[in-house]
Design a protein around this ligand. Structure first.
Ligand code: ADP
Ligand code: ZN
Length: 435
């Protein structure tokens, strides 16, 4: 039977949820207008006042916030509470540039941890579980968020942080961890190390994993599930809106429920800013309606995604977002063709390779080049040179069919591509160095 952390909210009727969001939005806009001069100025420039926002139907009237606003306003410019009321600072990973910082009151920390508690409960977690948190602890939100959620649920929490992989596995077996939380690339690495240590999934008590903070494919999900003998669930979040737990996957394993009592989600056309109807693909925008210290309104995530209100088998009524298809700024334009690294990952895993690869893009004589380094598994490595050449050609063909452009594929020795303990680096775009 499906378990909920907060059934009243998670299964609330659409009308009641809208009413709740309407009330919270109106209060939040007032709070921000009165306390954040930076956003007040944006509203004034757009000619919008708090009186214009009477319900979520008026949301589109508000100006957007972008990552560059956060960088401009760094560090205190978007703070809506006195520092004396703030108890925590977290920071983004800086994947796409200068880090931004976010502030939390105790109330904000509690709400965030509740979101993570919902995620842990949705994968079957209870106070009987041992939850190993192998996301990084520190400024990165992964460790602290899941740690707090795990405490709330009452799991026995193992605050391992990331790294020291053999010790992770030692503790996992000695203490019988049943739930693992980390990035999907680190989960894959742990799975690989389990095998190298001569263990099998039967030696582990793990039953579920909560993996997020970076894009990962369905093929990668299947790999991880096999290597660790678990069900692997997705979790989404970003520092700007609190951290992991903005949305979480349920037993259906088909998209993540957004915690709509805290966040209003919209999908917009990234070029025009126009709000798109449900089911359209576009950029995900979030409005925090409960956060006190750092309440961003209409924050553009740059994550490309689709929202759906189709009925979910788990019984939750919260809107669902699909797996983000990568950030708008992850998308590579190679010889005029849009390429997402996830498309390449899908082909590699489908063809029997492990998810260890590095994409290099460059520009030589005014033409873009695409080089894909793919690691061979130990078994594949023992093939003859001729077999390996055949494999390379097969991969080139398969990738060409999907992307429509011709890559160079280099099959490299096992272990020659660096493993990730946090967010994996999959792409090196050397063109940026020349610009
Ligand atoms: P940074 O933007 O520096 O990486 P964060 O650590 O706050 O900072 O990361 C948030 C971003 O991570 C999101 O905007 C999104 O691009 C990515 N992300 C988080 N969870 C997922 C997920 N489950 N699937 C895909 N991408 C994710
Ligand atoms: Zn569901």
């Amino acid at each position: 039977m499906e378990k909920y952390w907060n059934p009243e909210i998670e299964c609330m009727s659409r009308e009641d949820m809208k009413k709740l969001q309407d009330e919270r939005l109106v209060a939040q806009v007032k709070h921000v207008y009165e306390n954040v001069p930076y956003y007040k100025k944006l509203m004034d420039e757009k000619g919008v006042t708090p009186d214009d926002i009477k319900s979520t139907d008026d949301l589109h009237k508000l100006p957007f916030l972008t990552k560059s606003d956060l960088r401009d306003a760094y560090p205190y410019g978007l703070l809506a509470k006195p520092l004396s009321e703030c108890v925590r600072i977290q920071s983004t990973s800086g994947t796409t540039g200068k880090r931004v910082v976010a502030f939390y009151t105790q109330h904000d920390v509690d709400l965030w941890e509740e979101c993570c508690a919902r995620a842990i409960t949705a994968v079957g977690g209870t106070n009987e579980d041992v939850c190993q948190v192998a996301y990084g602890y520190g400024l990165f939100t992964g460790g602290p968020g899941l740690n707090g959620g795990s405490h709330k649920v009452g799991c026995l929490t193992l605050p391992m942080s990331s790294g020291n992989t053999e010790r992770q596995i030692q503790f996992m077996t000695d203490l019988g961890a049943t739930i693992l939380c980390c990035t999907p690339s680190y989960a894959a690495y742990i799975g690989e190390t389990v095998k190298e240590m001569g263990l099998t999934p039967d030696d582990l008590k793990l039953k579920a994993g909560i993996f997020g903070a970076e894009p990962w494919t369905e093929e990668m999900r299947r790999e991880i599930e096999k290597s660790l003998g678990i069900k692997a669930y997705d979790i989404y979040g970003l520092t700007e809106t609190s951290g992991p737990g903005v949305a979480f996957e349920c037993s259906a394993q088909a998209g993540m429920h957004i915690n709509e009592d805290n966040f209003i989600a919209e999908i917009i056309d990234p070029d025009t800013g126009e709000v798109l109807p449900e089911g359209s693909k576009g950029e995900l925008v979030f409005t925090s309606i409960t956060k006190e210290a750092f309440p961003l309104l209409r924050y553009r995530t740059r994550d490309i995604c689709v929202l759906t209100r189709e009925k979910c088998s788990c019984g939750r009524t919260l809107v669902k977002m699909c797996k983000p298809m990568g950030r708008s700024d992850d998308m590579l334009i190679i010889r005029g063709v849009n390429v997402f690294p996830s498309q390449i990952e899908t082909v590699l895993i489908d063809q029997g390779y492990a998810p260890n690869y590095l994409i290099e893009v460059d520009r030589v004589n005014n033409t873009d080049t695409l080089d894909i380094n793919v690691e061979l598994t130990e078994e594949q490595f023992s093939d003859t040179v001729k077999d390996i050449q055949i494999k390379e050609r097969e991969l080139v063909e398969a990738i060409k069919t999907i992307l429509g452009i011709n890559p160079k594929v280099h099959l490299v020795a096992p272990k020659s591509i660096a493993r990730s303990e946090g967010k994996a680096v999959r792409v090196i775009d050397k063109r940026k160095l020349h610009d």
